[in-house]
Design a protein around this ligand. Structure first.
Ligand code: OGA
Ligand code: MN
Length: 208
């Protein structure tokens, strides 16, 4: 721990995660970096290699548009382009920090671009699978255009427990550049009906 330096910005995210199991961060990436990531997503989308997202895992994968209507493209961390490398460098720096300070034991990540066309949504769910509980933190970075408005819908709803055991809904607007980090094992969530194409990179930080 000789060269360890406290990062006050990361500490705020960690405080949130410890206290309420989620954090919403608006300045993890610069506006320019977000513009580059969005342009990169559009480029890959033009190549038409996005696939309808499935639910379930491995042999149990199914496409069910009544549950989720987005199309996705997995990032290949072994062959990142220049823009993706910038994304991975920043995320991996954060992973290294939380592993050192919180002993989370994050060993790997998996990340995909996501596009929700108008009229799609993702019904309430938990990000861990019954047969595979390695997903520890969910990280969603919104790449929507700068003039995104609430009328576009597509809010992320987080279902949180009050101290008295009742439930409340925390609504998060998918604003460009906004990063939402939450506990994959506890926080049920949903993407509300989208009225205008909605773009993101969604990832999961996983234990071995
Ligand atoms: C998911 C998901 C939330 C969002 O892809 O599992 O819940 O806001 N995404 O895009
Ligand atoms: Mn999810």
């Amino acid at each position: 721990m000789g060269d360890f330096e406290v990062n006050p910005f990361y500490e705020l995210i960690i405080d949130d995660l410890v206290n309420r199991k989620y954090s919403v961060i608006d300045c993890f990436f610069s506006e320019e970096e977000i513009n580059l990531l969005r342009a990169n997503l559009f480029l890959k989308q033009d190549l038409e290699n996005f696939k309808k997202a499935a639910i379930g895992q491995a042999s149990e994968e199914q496409i069910v548009e009544e549950i989720r209507g987005d199309s996705i493209l997995w990032l290949d961390e072994k062959k990142p382009d220049e823009v993706e490398k910038m994304y991975f460098d920043k995320v991996n720096n954060f992973i290294e920090y939380i592993n050192r300070t919180c002993y989370l034991g994050i060993q790997e990540g998996e990340f995909h671009y996501a596009c929700y066309p108008k009229g799609t949504f993702y019904k309430r769910h938990l990000d861990v699978f019954h047969s595979d509980t390695r997903r520890t933190l969910s990280v969603v970075l919104y790449l929507n255009e700068q003039d995104w408005t609430p009328a576009n819908g597509g809010e992320l709803a987080l279902y949180l427990q009050n101290e008295d055991g009742t439930e409340r809904e925390e609504i998060v607007q998918p604003l460009p550049g906004r990063l939402v980090v939450f506990d994959s094992k506890y926080i049920e969530h949903e993407v509300k009906m989208v009225n205008y194409p909605r773009y993101s990179i969604t990832g999961w930080l996983k234990t071995r």
